[in-house]
Design a protein around this ligand. Structure first.
Ligand code: MEV
Length: 427
C-alpha cells in the first residue's frame, strides 16, 4: 500500500467513506474489510479515530472457577490457543482443594503532578505554608466521588535529589472507575492552583498507571496427595512447582515468561471486559520489578503436606466508564460474570492469573507443554489449508495420526477426504 496516499481528510470522513478510500488505495477489498459487520462501524468510530473496521479476537469462556465459595464462568478474549483450556483445567484441580480465596485493597489510584523546582527550594517550608490549601483543592476536585464512598484519601509532597522537581501525589478511591479522567482533571486543577498561588511552574499532571495501591490477591491450597493424583501430577510435583517458582524469582529471563503466562489470563479478561489492557499490563510488570529486579509475581510453598500458591497484582480494572459500559461484547462478558464491581472483577482477574500460572507450571514441570499443542496447531493449519466446519477436525485428526503437521500435509489430506471444505489455497 502506497504510504501517505490516503485522502488528507481521512480522519474526518464518515467511516464508510474511509473504507471506500481504503479499497481505492488497495485496488481491491482488503481482507480486513471482508468480514466486518457494518453495524460495528459506528461503534468503532466512536471508540477510536480513523476507524475502518473491527478486528475479531476469539472470545471463550473458562469454566469451573470456584472463587470465595462462588462459581464463575470467566470470559476471555485471546488469540492464543490452549490458554482457556489450561485455565479451565487448573480451575478444576484447584476446586479439589476448596477453590480460590481472594482479597483486594481499597481501589486507590494516584495522580502525579510535577513542578519545576529551583536549587534554593525549601521543601519543608513550602509544605508547611501550602499543604492545607493544596489538599483542600484536591478534596474539592474529587468531591463527585464521595457520594459513592470514594474521593480524596491522601496527598504527598516530595522532591528528588537529582532531578529538579517538586512532586505532589494525590490518592483517591475511584470506586468502580479506572479514575483516569477524574484524577487527570484533579491533577490539572491542583497544578493550576499551585501555579497561581505559589509561582512555581508545572511540568505535567497525570495519573500514574502503576496502580500499586489498587491490588488483588488470590491464593489456593492443594494437598500434595491430591496434586499427585491429577493428570500430569506425581509424588514430587509440588516440590518441582516450588522450584520452578523459585527459579522465576531468581532469573529475570524466566520471570518474564512466567509472568507472561499469568497475563495470558489477566489480559484476556481485561480485553473481554473492555478494560485498558495496556494499563493493566504496565502496572503488573512494574509491580514485578518493584524490588529493582524483575521477579515472578507468584509465591509457592509446601507446608504441612500442602502446596500453597498465591498471586498478588495491581489490578487497574474498572467496571464503570470506558468500553466496559457500552461495548456489546464487554457488556456480554460482564453479564456472564453477573455484573461484578471493579473490586470483584479484580479478584477474579487474580484468580484467573494464578490458575493460568499453575496450569503452565504443572505442564512445564511434568510432561512439557508441547503435547497437545501440535493437535491445536493442526486445527489451525487445516483451517489455513481451506478446511471449514467439520472438515477442520477431520483433517487435524488425520494430521495427528500421521504426525504430519505442515500446510502441504493439511492440503493433501483435505484433497484426499470428501469432507466439505474449501480447496487448499482458496482462502
Ligand atoms: C505461553 O503462552 C505461556 C507459558 O510459556 C508460561 C510459562 O512458561 O510459565 C507456558
Amino acid at each position: 500500500m502506497a504510504e501517505g496516499s490516503l485522502p488528507r481528510k481521512f480522519r474526518s470522513m464518515p467511516p464508510i467513506t474511509r473504507r471506500e478510500a481504503l479499497v481505492e488505495l488497495c485496488g481491491h477489498k482488503p481482507d480486513i474489510l471482508q468480514d466486518n459487520p457494518l453495524d460495528y462501524l459506528d461503534l468503532a468510530d466512536v471508540m477510536i479515530e480513523q476507524a475502518v473496521g473491527i478486528m475479531g479476537v476469539p472470545l471463550g469462556i473458562a469454566t469451573g472457577f470456584l472463587i470465595d465459595g462462588r462459581e464463575y464462568a470467566v470470559p476471555m478474549a485471546t488469540e492464543e490457543p490452549s490458554v482457556i483450556a489450561a485455565a479451565s483445567y487448573a480451575a478444576g484441580i484447584i476446586r479439589l482443594g476448596g477453590g480460590f480465596e481472594t482479597s483486594a485493597t481499597e481501589p486507590l489510584m494516584t495522580c502525579q503532578i510535577f513542578f519545576h523546582r529551583t536549587a534554593s527550594f525549601d521543601l519543608s517550608a513550602w509544605t508547611a505554608d501550602h499543604l492545607p490549601a493544596v489538599q483542600e483543592q484536591a478534596r474539592t476536585a474529587l468531591a463527585s466521588l464521595e457520594s459513592r464512598g470514594g474521593g480524596f484519601r491522601d496527598i504527598r509532597i516530595s522532591t528528588d535529589g537529582t532531578v529538579p522537581w517538586l512532586r505532589i501525589e494525590i490518592d483517591a478511591n475511584v470506586g468502580d472507575a479506572m479514575g483516569a479522567n477524574r484524577l487527570n482533571t484533579t491533577g490539572e486543577a491542583v497544578a493550576a492552583f499551585v501555579e497561581q498561588h505559589t509561582g512555581i511552574r508545572r511540568i505535567m499532571a497525570v495519573l500514574t498507571n502503576a496502580s500499586e495501591k489498587k491490588r488483588a490477591r488470590a491464593a489456593f491450597s492443594l494437598s500434595v496427595e491430591q496434586l499427585s493424583r491429577v493428570r500430569g501430577g506425581g509424588p514430587d510435583t509440588a516440590v518441582r512447582i516450588v522450584l520452578a517458582d523459585q527459579i522465576a524469582h531468581a532469573d529475570p529471563g524466566r520471570a518474564v515468561t512466567h509472568n507472561k503466562g499469568i497475563m495470558n489470563g489477566v489480559s484476556a479478561l481485561a480485553l473481554a471486559s473492555g478494560n485498558d489492557t495496556r494499563a493493566v499490563e504496565a502496572a503488573v510488570h512494574s509491580w514485578a520489578a518493584r524490588s529493582g529486579s524483575y521477579k515472578a509475581l507468584t509465591d509457592y510453598t509446601v507446608d504441612n503436606g500442602c502446596l500453597n500458591a498465591c498471586l498478588e497484582i495491581p489490578t487497574a480494572f474498572a467496571t464503570a466508564g470506558g468500553a466496559t459500559a457500552f461495548h456489546p461484547t464487554a457488556r456480554a462478558s460482564m453479564a456472564i460474570l453477573e455484573n461484578p464491581g471493579a473490586t470483584e472483577l479484580s479478584r477474579i482477574a487474580a484468580a484467573l492469573g494464578l490458575a493460568q500460572n499453575f496450569a503452565a507450571l504443572l505442564a512445564l514441570t511434568g510432561e512439557g507443554i508441547q503435547k497437545g499443542h501440535m493437535e491445536k496447531h493442526a486445527r489451525k493449519t487445516a483451517y489455513i489449508a481451506g478446511a471449514r466446519g467439520p472438515a477442520i477436525q477431520a483433517v487435524a485428526a488425520e494430521m495427528a495420526r500421521r504426525k504430519a503437521y505442515s500446510l502441504a500435509d493439511a492440503a493433501g489430506i483435505l484433497n484426499e477426504t470428501d469432507t466439505p471444505g474449501t480447496a487448499a489455497g482458496e482462502i
